[in-house]
Design a protein around this ligand. Sequence first.
Ligand code: PLP
Length: 424
Amino acid sequence: MNQDTLCLHAGYTPGNGEPRQIPIIQSTTFRYATSEAMGKLFDLEAEGYFYTRLQNPTNDHVAAKIAALEGGTAAMLTSSGQAASFYAIFNICSCGDHVVSSSTIYGGTYNLFAVTMKRMGIEFTFVAPDCSDEELDAAFRPNTKAVFGETIANPALTVLDIERFAKAAHAHGVPLIVDNTFATPILCRPFEWGADIVTHSTTKYMDGHAAAVGGCIVDSGKFDWNAYADKYPGLTTPDESYHGITYTERFGLAGAYITKATAQLMRDFGSIQSPQNAYLLNLGLESLHLRMRRHSENGQAVAEFLENHPKVGWVNYCGLQGNKYHALAEKYLPDGCCGVVSFGVKGGRPAAEAFMKNLKLASIATHVADAKTCVLHPASSTHRQMNDEELRAAGVPSDLVRLSVGIEDAKDILADLEQALAQI
Ligand SMILES: *Cc1c(COP(=O)(O)O)cnc(C)c1O
């Protein structure tokens, strides 16, 4: 099946007389006739469900759809994108390990890595996504266990050179983990460029309707944990907390990583997505292919409009010819660059604030990447405690407006921007 068809059909095939839509299995527990039958599940000898903190059938159908869309072998839903980022790293790192990460990543992920995971003894070295090969190489240490980056970074909108980062990771015998939230597998499939693991905040375009917070981790099944067995003992030696199972032996390269994340991390941390939210996520996935094309078309139209507007100082969108990441966008994002655009209004903070007040269609929200156009002025909201100088240093100048272009009629979005700019 092609990508557009997978959005509708992957992950769930109803049998004769069964529900056409993925059913919501709203049950904490599952019944068995004998203790032996249940015992086999605990030993991971038989497949089945026993407790929704670890696994739920609704979630597994939806995760299987995302795995198919990304071209992976297995996937797991999490309660949020934050949980997905944490599990993806913690599944292969422990105290004393090190990770190389792109510096242009989501603020919440940066905090998780640089503050919270550091407290757990896992250290991160941040490199600019456009650093030289030498700088990238120099960031690795003997205890490095993974490399991390975002396809299209939130909010910097840089584009990761996935092939280059994958090559560097593999030269050092570690996997590349890519957060593919903004691109989605409709615009970019990182596994095709050498990435080994993909994460998502499904809260954004995948759900697409600002309805449900969620996350997902997908494994390509390609990284050879056995070739670097000493680095990944969690996958290649017996798990005493799980009946002495060795994940790579029992589940092969295709299943080891996600099985460990489920049997060990989900069991212990329990950040599972609720089946209700998984159901809502699936409704979003059913139109993801249509929406991503429209978001990208509208994003491109808005970026071009702003670029030519006399009251706009600068525009950051990788679909624009003059953008620093345009060449990478042409390579990795040939079908579009999503709907997130950032720009500066001439006149700085007061002009940006006036512009925001004048908007009628675009609503002010901290959210990005859903069906309705929304907009944020960080200097007067999320970053309001910072002065202009601090904002510049943080890469969020006081004139910066982040626009998440929705799937409305582009003419209406442009008219709203035009009238709001005209009044300042
Ligand atoms: C929002 C976001 C996250 C965090 O996801 P939540 O679902 O809010 O926990 C991670 N990565 C990116 C790129 C994001 O945009």
